[in-house]
Design a protein around this ligand. Structure first.
Ligand SMILES: NC(=O)c1ccc[n+]([C@@H]2O[C@H](COP(=O)([O-])OP(=O)(O)OC[C@H]3O[C@@H](n4cnc5c(N)ncnc54)[C@H](OP(=O)(O)O)[C@@H]3O)[C@@H](O)[C@H]2O)c1
Length: 256
């Protein structure tokens, strides 16, 4: 599939920006969403230089429902009907033992679950009417099970993974592919707060190459770094006592 078009949320930095550049190198046109307008403009210029025929940007907060829908509608129009949509915008949040526990968990769920599902459902309707398209969501290895120190974050990614899985089955007969993107540890602003050692830490451009080829090939799952293809199901199979023992140690190592 050459010269398609893709709308990506969270495209001002990190994995979203790296995927935008990778799609550009493949000659795709882009619709980019994030809050920081200045960064989006910089990404737009880089994408045009890298080969994207057209790049449109909208500076909106994905949790502002009306603004988000308006941005999706206008980008889809500008692109003449986007080939693909990637719900990538996400935030991290540590489990809190303090008074901000609920507000922090709520914000993580708002952005990572509600806004991601909102984008997917909104674009799903457009793709259903066209009887083609690719929907993708950036979940996480953290969604494999409940993770210590990141309860709401792990919950948010498990929810997104499950939503995508249901959509995949629902939409197959309608000609729409659904791709679950599962990053392990990727070097971005989101992981800089981890002061310890992150297993198999991957550079963002390398990860973006894997994820973009997964989207273009319509793979049901796209996981990187590669060792997590084995680690992910192993984590899910660990007996509870082993899980508690190993994860409490692992997360102490990661957090530093
Ligand atoms: N890095 C990793 O190791 C890793 C691992 C597993 C999963 N992930 C997932 O990968 C995705 C991207 O993460 P990243 O590592 O690239 O993080 P990042 O470098 O912090 O980038 C996050 C992007 O999301 C945007 N964003 C955040 N909140 C937003 C909002 N309310 N509205 C619109 N845009 C918003 C940010 O742009 P603005 O601030 O300009 O809005 C930024 O472009 C996330 O869903 C994350 O959970 C990352």
């Amino acid at each position: 599939m050459k010269n398609g078009s893709v709308i990506i949320t969270g495209a001002s930095d990190g994995i979203g920006k790296a995927m935008a550049l990778e799609f550009s190198r493949k000659g795709w046109s882009l619709g980019l969403i994030a809050r920081r307008a200045e960064l989006l403009e910089q990404v737009r210029a880089e994408c045009l230089k890298s080969g994207a025929p057209q790049v449109f940007v909208r500076a909106v907060d994905v949790s502002n429902e009306a603004e988000f829908e308006k941005a999706l509608d206008s980008l889809d129009h500008d692109l003449g009907g986007a080939t693909a949509f990637i719900a990538n915008a996400g935030i991290t949040g540590r489990s809190s033992l303090g008074p901000d526990a609920w507000s922090s968990a709520k914000r993580v769920l708002e952005v990572n679950v509600l806004s991601a599902i909102h984008g997917l459902e909104h674009m799903k309707l457009k793709m259903l009417s066209r009887k083609r398209g690719i929907l993708a969501g950036v979940s996480s290895i953290a969604g494999a099970r409940g993770m210590p120190t990141s309860g709401a974050y792990a919950t948010s990614k498990a929810a997104l993974t499950n939503h995508l899985e249901g959509l995949r089955v629902d939409l197959k007969p309608h000609g729409i592919a659904v791709v679950t993107i599962v990053p392990g540890f990727i070097r971005t602003a989101l992981t800089t707060h981890n002061k310890g050692k992150m297993p198999f830490l991957m550079e963002v451009d390398d990860a973006a190459r894997v994820f973009v080829s997964g989207v273009i090939a319509k793979r049901a799952w796209s996981i990187a770094p590669a060792p997590f293809r084995i680690i992910y199901p192993l984590i899910q199979m660990l007996p509870r006592s082993w899980f508690d023992f190993l994860m409490s140690r692992l997360y102490r190592t990661i957090r530093g």
